[in-house]
Design a protein. Structure first.
Length: 421
């Protein structure tokens, strides 16, 4: 049963990355500039981030099978709209539907784990789910690029759309009736877990929103996510083609090393957190992203093997997210665990809005005025470097903030939020 939601969790990574691989064709098709493409990329995250809590409620009330059916079909419909339209507004709607439907992937996976696995295996299965999910992201790199080259971006988009609907249908068939609960199963559908939000109340949100430290931690979560929700999602492959003269497939394969690093980084960093200060580790991850990505953007590394190694290390550093989410129980009591997780995850996904919009605007600002034969804007290496330079710069700001938070919280009584505080 667990394989069906985890399959969609991995699948939505592939669907998300598809747009970045057809970036040039999409900009020509809709006659848009970098700002327009940034909006097209970022609107995915309006749907994804905004639906975290509503989808959790849907799972709680209707079960993971129905939620997977409804949201996967919405994702598929969005893909079909995007694939067949020549209208930019409809393309935005389709991309929004894809993001909205994709929100069910991780939530349904956690729900099924809680229903079908003993409580003692919950953390291990969630970690394994992340690793398998990023395998979908790896497929969304080089292999998907090769398929696009062979069959066209539209054909691949249509296939992905029908695939999403198929996964959702099988999910509904096999996940409608959860097994009988035992005392050894966490049953997150009826508790204050991150999987759902069934017991969340308005006063819980207000109490959370009044804590400045949670906001600062959320800001760090957002500022460090630019590699995943900016570079990898859309802009990275084109930059590598421009800066290092790789083919589209070669650039996509190179970026996919970040996902290999993500698969390795979760277990590695969480094991380090048992021996070292968590805030220091998060800060070192942010500093590493700043330094290594700056080296890539400035072009001082020209060897493909070294570039692959840098992207692998950057992927490991991007697992700072695992450290943040694993530390939530230190900051809030059990009652607020679900709402805190949902809030920090929303801010994390809002990073996609932040980075795609600003990268598009910055790249447009530094456009040198060159046009293609069809009248589309052509961006030079300088424009890409300024646009993508926002990612390491934001990571540096996030690093400063987390070191400050760690220094101050050492002197404070935890948790920050509880029934009595």
């Amino acid at each position: 049963m667990w394989l069906l939601p985890i399959l969609f969790f991995a699948y939505q990574f592939t669907f998300r990355l598809w747009l970045g691989l057809v970036k040039t064709d999409v900009m020509k098709q809709f006659s848009i500039d970098a700002t327009g493409f940034g909006l097209l990329s970022s609107i995915y995250y309006y749907g994804y981030a905004g639906m975290q809590i509503p989808v959790g409620l849907l799972i709680a009330r209707k079960g993971p099978g129905f939620a997977l059916l409804a949201m996967a079909w919405l994702c598929g419909i969005g893909g079909l709209i995007f694939s067949y339209t020549n209208n930019y507004t409809l393309a935005l709607l389709g991309r929004f539907f894809i993001g909205t439907g994709s929100a069910v992937g991780f939530l349904a996976t956690c729900a099924v784990i809680s229903l079908f696995f003993p409580k003692k295996d919950y953390a291990r299965m969630v970690g394994l789910s992340f690793a398998l999910g990023f395998c979908g992201a790896i497929f969304g790199g080089g292999p998907l690029s090769s398929l696009i080259t062979k069959y066209s971006g539209q054909t691949v988009g249509v296939a992905l759309s029908f695939g999403a609907c198929l996964i959702g249908t099988f999910g509904y068939i096999f996940l409608r009736k959860p097994p009988r609960q035992t005392e050894d199963q966490p049953n997150t559908l009826n508790t204050n877990s991150s999987t759902t939000s069934v017991q969340l109340k308005s006063e819980d949100f207000w109490k959370l929103l009044s804590c400045k430290w949670i906001w600062m931690i959320g800001a760090v979560n957002l500022l460090l996510v630019g590699v995943m929700e900016g570079l990898v999602d859309a802009w990275g492959p084109d930059f590598l083609v421009q800066a290092y003269h790789y083919s589209n497939s070669e650039a996509a394969y190179l970026v996919s090393y970040i996902f290999f690093g993500l698969i390795m980084g979760g277990p590695l960093l969480t094991s380090f957190s048992k021996k070292f200060n968590t805030y220091t580790l998060i800060g070192l991850c942010g500093l590493g992203i700043f330094l290594f990505l700056t080296a890539v953007l400035t072009g001082i590394i020209t060897n493909t093997l070294l570039l692959s190694a840098l992207f692998l290390i950057i992927g490991v550093m991007c697992c700072y997210q695992a450290l943040i989410f694993a530390s939530i129980p230190q900051w809030v009591s059990a009652r607020y665990l679900g709402v805190a997780t949902a809030f920090l995850n929303c801010l994390n996904m809002a990073g996609g809005l932040f980075f795609h919009t600003l990268i598009g605007l910055t790249t447009d600002f530094f456009w040198a005025g060159e046009l293609s034969a069809t009248g589309a804007k052509v961006y030079d290496l300088t424009a890409y470097r300024y646009g993508l330079g926002l990612i390491p710069l934001s990571a540096l700001v996030g690093t400063v903030i987390i070191f400050f938070v760690g220094y101050r919280l050492k002197k404070m009584t935890l948790p920050l939020i509880s029934e009595n505080r």
